[in-house]
Write a protein that binds this ligand. Structure first.
Ligand code: RET
Length: 259
């Protein structure tokens, strides 16, 4: 495997990133950031309380899928300098529903319903499917598809902040679950809004005048959101573990069973 990589590097000039290719460089950096994060979350899995492990595994797999996908996107981009649109949307259609599942996993022991998970997944798939149509439809139509896509985005935001999930988290008695849920909720409002900005930089769309490569925006957004989501889960899980240790140390033996 490694020798094949070295051989490829030797015979294929496009394997190297030309100087001044900023976009190519962000494909490269994103690949390694995502793969490193995947390794970290998966290796740390057993260092957090049991209740958080599935969430951490899911975070690791999200980064792994995206990291492998970025490896291919990087290659395609360096060879053709075209946007690897199909690859990107295939990645999103897998990983965004998995990011949505993180909300459900956090609250599943508190009684979250499968139907909430379906609202999130259908909203996310809707958003991505119509966004894809907008990216392949050519200038002139991408604004309309973008608006239709945004309805799916709003459905996800609504379900998390104002729908059943948002109400359920108010009743949770774990400070870490509440914090994790709120941070992830901010990620979908602030972090995810990076993507429509990138989308609007397409020719014929609202921000095309900026003359900015949308890949730069998407590459940045993917690392922030995928690694960020995992990091929120990881740090809240660690804080739950610390609080538990402190409680065990402070409690007289007879109370241990209730900690
Ligand atoms: C890891 C990948 C993530 C979190 C991707 C998220 C993608 C979006 C939030 C995309 C949103 C879009 C709109 C809201 C309208 C225009 C089309 C999209 C698909 C770029």
């Amino acid at each position: 495997m490694f020798t094949t990589l070295l051989l490829q590097a030797a015979v294929r000039p496009d394997f190297f990133i030309p100087k001044n290719d900023v976009v190519g460089f962000t494909f490269f950096v994103s690949t390694f950031a995502l793969l490193a994060a995947a390794a970290f979350f998966l290796l740390e899995r057993n260092s957090v309380p049991e209740q958080w492990r599935t969430s951490l595994t899911v975070a690791g797999i999200i980064c792994l899928i995206a990291g492998v996908n970025y490896f291919y996107m990087r290659g395609m981009y360096l060879e053709s300098h075209e946007s690897p649109t199909q690859f990107r949307y295939i990645d999103w259609v897998l990983t965004v529903p998995m990011l949505c599942a993180q909300f459900y996993l956090l609250l599943s022991s508190a009684g979250a319903k499968m139907s909430s998970l379906w609202v999130l997944i259908i909203g996310a798939v809707w958003m991505i499917a119509f966004g894809y149509l907008g990216e392949i439809s050519g200038p002139g139509q991408s604004v309309v598809w973008g608006c239709i896509s945004t309805l799916g985005y709003l459905a996800v935001v609504y379900e998390v902040w104002f729908g059943r999930l948002g109400k359920l988290v108010d009743q949770s008695n774990s400070q870490e679950v509440v914090n994790a849920f709120n941070y992830l909720g901010y990620f979908i409002i602030v972090g995810w809004s990076i993507y429509p900005l990138g989308y609007m930089m397409q020719p014929g769309n609202l921000l095309s005048g900026l003359n900015f490569d949308l890949n730069l925006v998407y590459n940045f957004g993917d690392v922030i959101n995928k690694v960020g989501f995992g990091f929120v889960v990881y740090s809240m899980a660690r804080s739950a573990a610390r609080r538990r240790t402190a409680a065990v140390a402070a409690a007289p033996p007879a109370q241990l069973a209730t900690v």
